[in-house]
Design a protein around this ligand. Structure first.
Ligand SMILES: NC(=O)C1=CN([C@@H]2O[C@H](COP(=O)(O)OP(=O)(O)OC[C@H]3O[C@@H](n4cnc5c(N)ncnc54)[C@H](OP(=O)(O)O)[C@@H]3O)[C@@H](O)[C@H]2O)C=CC1
Ligand SMILES: O=C(O)C1=N[C@H](C(=O)O)C[C@H](O)C1
Length: 266
């Protein structure tokens, strides 16, 4: 069986390192390059934190794709760079698996259209942890019965985007079933701006950032005399890797755009 040729963007990052190791340790995957904006021309093994890997480090995505002709790009960078990489990958016929969060709804529409044009699969997954996907699905189920919901996402303090991609995706999924409602008192007033968090269709999203945390989310529902809390915790970044592998294997079979792992987990 031919190996799946993979390029990882953001290899020195917290997630990128885990993804590189996943690719190196998976028998039918081959790491053919990494995209970094530093360390051009070096080999992976020469980067700090790596003890093996002959894959070349590229700063130029075009050169990387032309020379290596990968099947899949795994992107774990930043929203701006991630979008640029994803568009370029599709233009080269490379299938993107994107964990990078912070894409706008316009970005997602553009990628959907590009997949249609190119006939290539692309998976954007705001959260690769299976437990987090279940937490989102359970929240969507609960929202049929509870209109009042507050999403509290908690992350390490080096995270760039707020709210998290997972919180946005959760709110979007809840919105498909929740009866529209502006929550809280109609005369509610913030005496300190931001006290009630971000407002998504009348539900509120609160972002906590603290050292010591990794990735956590609690979705709280309330109605007369009762509350329901649905919570997921990732205690390390290995928790995301089975989802990355599922996405890589699935994108190789797909010719369309997928936003959210819930669409590929049975
Ligand atoms: N979908 C999921 O399950 C998960 C998604 N994420 C998301 O993944 C992304 C990365 O997270 P995390 O690993 O924690 O972040 P890090 O900051 O640790 O990693 C991002 C890496 O991208 C690098 N980078 C920046 N610009 C470029 C570029 N032009 N080309 C190549 N590499 C570049 C950074 O380098 P430098 O530091 O030198 O600038 C850094 O090494 C975030 O968007 C995060 O929200 C995170 C966890 C789980
Ligand atoms: O930056 C992170 O760490 C994470 N980002 C993703 C998000 O924005 O939801 C997924 C997970 O929560 C970890």
């Amino acid at each position: 069986m031919e190996k799946v040729k993979i390029v990882v963007a953001g290899p020195r990052g917290r997630m990128g390192k885990e993804a590189v190791n996943l690719v190196l340790e998976t028998e039918n995957y081959e790491l053919v390059g990494v995209l970094d904006y530093k360390h051009e021309g070096m080999k992976l093994v020469e980067l700090e934190g790596f003890t093996k890997g002959d894959a070349l480090v590229y700063t130029d995505i075009h050169q990387c794709f032309k020379e290596q002709q990968p099947d899949v790009l795994i992107d774990l960078t930043t929203p701006e760079v991630g979008m640029e990489h994803t568009v370029t990958a599709l233009e080269y016929g490379v299938r993107p698996v994107v964990g990078t969060t912070g894409f706008s709804s316009g970005d997602l529409r553009k990628l959907d259209a590009l997949c249609e044009q190119t006939g290539r699969g692309c998976i954007i997954a705001p959260n690769f942890a299976v437990g987090a996907v279940l937490m989102m699905k359970f929240s969507q189920m609960a929202a049929k019965y509870f209109n009042d919901v507050e999403i509290i996402e908690l992350h390490h303090d080096q995270k760039l985007d707020a709210p998290s991609g997972t919180a946005v995706k959760t709110a979007e999924m809840i919105s498909t079933v929740r009866e529209a409602k502006q929550q809280g008192h109609k005369n509610e007033k913030e005496t300190i701006p931001g006290a009630r968090g971000a407002n998504f269709d009348g539900m509120h999203i609160h972002s906590v950032r603290l050292p010591g945390l990794i990735a956590h989310q609690q979705v709280m529902f309330g109605s007369d005399g009762q509350t329901l809390s649905i919570r997921h915790d990732s205690y390390n970044r290995a928790s995301f890797m089975s989802g990355v592998k599922l996405a890589v294997d699935t994108v190789m079979e797909n010719d369309h755009f997928v936003y959210g792992l819930e669409n590929i987990i049975g």
